[in-house]
Design a protein around this ligand. Structure first.
Ligand code: NAD
Length: 238
């Protein structure tokens, strides 16, 4: 049975990823800072353990992996999904805001990947949740865009370094993935995508299974864009 760690697993994309691995027969450590929601969601699933931790905090990450080592010994797969998308006017962003998003979205990926790699004895796979915002932007998204650009670069750097341990490291860049009520979306929301629909968390979960399947280990250091074609649209004003 594969052992998987999913961060930010109490909601949205992370929850869908945790469910997909459970359905695939894996044991999943579901990690999140939101204890109440995490326990509610993990309680509905077999083959999981809920671990409350703030992945932006190095001590908490070390404790989390020490617990996993005690219980499972080794792990096979890490999905670095936890993240926050706070957008704020560039003129109002505080140093606290800046450092908060940097550590939550980017430092966490480094902390968790290094600890996970130490527990991957038989090779393994890491997937980092990046974003199409690593490559293009709306106004007032500096912090988020910078962290996702950092994840893009960290992904290929980790892939090169961890090759000696037979660990593949890839990123997924989702576009618009609706984590709320899908029915509330408007026709215009769907129609602006080449795929004629807004994305769902399961679209990302299936890609995680694909990228972490050993038979796909020739895909390494890559960034898979899953955005219904949104970033392939050329936008001229006519
Ligand atoms: P979400 O807000 O629905 O879920 C994120 C989860 O991460 C929450 O349960 C939250 O409690 C947890 N979390 C936040 N900070 C944490 C911390 N410090 N420690 C542990 N857990 C923490 O978000 P989502 O939309 O499902 O996004 C998941 C990932 O996908 C994020 O990295 C996000 O940047 C990325 N992404 C999402 C979209 C999208 O459209 N939804 C698009 C591009 C990228």
């Amino acid at each position: 049975m594969k052992t998987v760690i999913v961060t930010g697993a109490a909601n949205g994309i992370g929850l869908a990823i945790a469910k997909a691995y459970v359905n695939d027969g894996a044991f999943v450590y579901m990690v999140d800072i939101n204890e109440k929601r995490l326990n509610e969601e993990a309680g509905k699933l077999e083959q999981t353990e809920a671990i409350t931790a703030d992945v932006s905090n190095y001590e908490q990450v070390k404790n989390l992996f020490a617990h996993v080592k005690d219980k499972s010994g080794t792990i096979d797969i890490l999905i670095n999904n936890a993240g926050i998308s706070k957008f704020k006017s560039i003129w109002e962003v505080t140093v606290e805001d800046w450092e908060g998003i940097l550590h939550t979205n980017l430092s966490s990926v480094f902390y968790c990947s290094r600890e996970a790699a130490l527990l991957m004895d038989q090779g393994g796979a890491i997937v980092n949740l990046c974003s199409t915002r690593a490559h293009m932007s709306e106004p007032n998204t500096e912090g988020y865009a910078a962290t996702k650009g950092g994840i893009f670069a960290l992904t290929h750097s980790l892939a090169v370094t961890l090759s000696e341990k037979e660990i593949t490291v890839n990123a997924i860049s989702p576009g618009w993935i609706h984590t709320g009520n899908y029915e509330e979306l408007r026709k215009i929301d769907h129609d602006q995508h080449l795929s004629n629909r807004v994305g769902k968390p399961e679209d990302i979960a299936r890609a995680c299974l694909f990228l972490t399947d050993e038979s796909n280990n020739f895909i390494n250091g890559e960034n898979l864009v899953i955005d219904g074609g949104m970033t392939r649209k050329m936008i001229y004003e006519h």
